[in-house]
Design a protein around this ligand. Structure first.
Ligand SMILES: NC(=O)c1ccc[n+]([C@@H]2O[C@H](COP(=O)([O-])OP(=O)(O)OC[C@H]3O[C@@H](n4cnc5c(N)ncnc54)[C@H](OP(=O)(O)O)[C@@H]3O)[C@@H](O)[C@H]2O)c1
Length: 267
């Protein structure tokens, strides 16, 4: 079988690394992107064990120029991208307005650059060649947080609501292009995400029932079967497709507040 190529952002850890393993196992060469070079090299060494080529690109995707540089390197190496996984994202917990415990604007704007700008930018520059070839797979990692307002993660939730809307619109525009596009909506998953977001003391951050490998397996199956979207677990599906469709925005916000309020882990 011909070796194909998958470009995966956030491939050095968590959900992205598990997704990368599935691509590597299934005859894809990997272009792995993340910031920390040491972590990335370690992940790439594991991915190489599956037998394909693995290329690592260290890039901070919250920076416009880093994304342009990534594209230039991909072009220079003449890689043809068969699968694009836009997954790298971060969270940020805390009170939006508060003294002294309010979140920092600079961190919020960086978060928007990564969780929103990079999704738009990567799609804009990598999709045209895939469309020209008339085939390929595109997976975007959003979150169940994109289906509800999320107090104490207000900016994070809004970035994921953006991803949902953006994904559905572009997917619709690209009907007939030959691309398979799937939206992944994980619920709380056991990765470094909540620790990095400063949310270890919240109920949602303290209990992450789903393994990243389970999320990746569901994503892989959905992507390869042409499903439009998939949740990271049955619980996430119930919350996203039942609860968050039935309740109003203020009801959902109040429900989620109980899980994401700082200190809620010990209540
Ligand atoms: N875990 C959850 O509960 C959960 C729930 C819903 C949705 N999600 C979504 O799932 C996706 C993956 O999250 P995860 O849980 O796997 O988190 P994770 O374990 O923290 O992994 C994040 C990955 O993204 C990379 N990354 C972070 N910031 C980056 C940047 N500025 N530029 C380039 N790469 C960057 C990280 O490597 P470096 O730090 O070295 O850059 C790492 O490889 C995110 O979009 C997240 O919003 C996660």
């Amino acid at each position: 079988m011909r070796q194909k190529t998958a470009l995966i952002t956030g491939a050095s850890g968590g959900i992205g690394f598990e997704i990368a393993k599935l691509f590597a196992k299934n005859n894809y060469d990997i272009i792995a992107v993340a910031r920390n070079e040491e972590k990335l090299e370690k992940a790439c060494a594991e991915l190489k064990a599956f037998g394909g080529a693995v290329h690592s690109f260290s890039a901070d995707l919250s920076r416009y120029d880093a994304i342009e540089m990534l594209k230039a390197k991909v072009d220079e190496a003449a890689f043809a991208i068969d699968a694009l996984v836009i997954n790298a994202g971060q969270g940020l917990g805390g009170r939006f307005i508060g003294e002294p415990d309010g979140t920092e604007l600079a961190k919020e704007l960086d978060l928007i650059r990564l969780n929103v700008d990079s999704y738009v930018h990567l799609s804009k520059i990598f999709l045209p060649e895939m469309i020209k070839r008339g085939s390929g797979h595109v997976l975007m990692t959003s979150s169940i947080s994109g289906t509800t307002p999320v107090p104490f993660e207000s900016v994070y939730g809004a970035t994921k609501a953006f991803v949902n809307s953006f994904f559905w619109a572009v997917r619709n525009e690209l009907k007939g292009s030959g691309l398979n596009m799937t939206l992944l909506l994980p619920g709380a998953t056991e990765t470094n995400f909540f620790k990095n977001a400063g949310q270890s003391d919240t109920q949602v951050g303290a209990s992450q029932p789903t393994k990243p490998s389970e999320v990746a397996a569901r994503a892989w199956y959905a992507l390869m079967s042409g499903h439009e979207y998939v949740y990271g677990s049955d619980d996430a599906e119930y919350e996203g497709d039942i609860m968050n469709r039935m309740q109003s925005e203020p009801q959902k916000a109040q429900r989620h507040r109980l899980l994401s309020e700082p200190g809620s882990a010990s209540k």
